[in-house]
Design a protein around this ligand. Sequence first.
Ligand SMILES: [Mg+2]
Length: 388
Amino acid sequence: MRVFASFSLDFQALWLIIEAPETTKATIKMDALATVKNVRLTPVQVPLSRPMRTASGTLPGAALCLIDVETDAGVTGTSYIFVYTPKMLAAVARLNDDVGEMFAGVPLDPGRTFETFQSTFRLLGIQGLLGMYFAGVEQAMWDALGKTEGKSVCRLLGGAEEPVQAYDSFGFIDPAEDLGLVEASVGAGFMGIKIKLGIGDFDADLASARAVRNVIGPDVALMIDYNQSLDPATAIEYAKRLAELDIYWLEEPVPAEDLAGHAAVRAESPICVQTGENWWFPSGARLAIDAGASDYVMPDMMKIGGFTGWQKTAAMASEAELPVSSHAFVEVSAHALGSTPGAHWLEYLDKARPILKEPYDAIDGYVAARGPGLGIEWDPKKVEAFAV
Ligand SMILES: [Mg+2]
């Protein structure tokens, strides 16, 4: 029996021809893919329920670019990116004005679109705002694809809408003021709590982490995030002193691009090292994994290149036997982790809640993907209220 497939170059039709015994020849014609009509971008600045204080700056709110991909099938795919500072909102809106037109007429084929995008901007390179913007479009294309198929993105990727274990993600914790919030999270069922350290001196760090450990008890995982603020020697020293608090992971102890530094910390730290949110695209993940930079990985859906980049990275992590967690972006991460064998933890850091009709809740500390598509819809009144 011979099996071969042919793909039309314009992606308008996909034919699969199976040549079996001479007497049973079958030809299956699949429906043509819908195509993109245009990409709309709406900049908003939304409040965070808990302002995020980190060792590398404070985030009072979330500067988001809402991305809507209109298709000729009548469905609109939706996603968003987080650009960290409101100063970047206008720049990304301008990017969409200039670059968005390249998606017009493109079939809903996110993987091939990723390749085309990469080769189009090979000389420039796609790190930074351009790559973040592309990831938003890619995710919205998946959403549109899911909606046209009546399935969740997670299911299109071969997964299921199974609940994924989540940890509640805090910024710097002031033991005098914030412990009630941590207690409430554990009461709501979270079995993991992450806090940020590195704002004051180490004694302040230790006091903060100890206060949180006392509140959450011994059975809840406690993760620590230094947001790239230490040098390797200091990180190793701190890790040894924090270990008595049974810390689940030490996140980005040194600058993200210092892969050798991460590997050095990993070699000496009694606490597992976690990193990945600042890996740019699968090529960045490849370098970090090859450098032995971490025990766990947590790619960011926006910086890793959307679902296409995530899948490639998850495959590399699986090969290296590194458990995969997510970074921010609760909604797309639920779909990405739901389709990732051996998914580890979902970071519950909910930035889009204020502008969604139906936010993704954590139920007893778990978050499940839902469809169709990404299962999200803007609340138009809230979008208008927070528009920049
Ligand atoms: Mg982090």
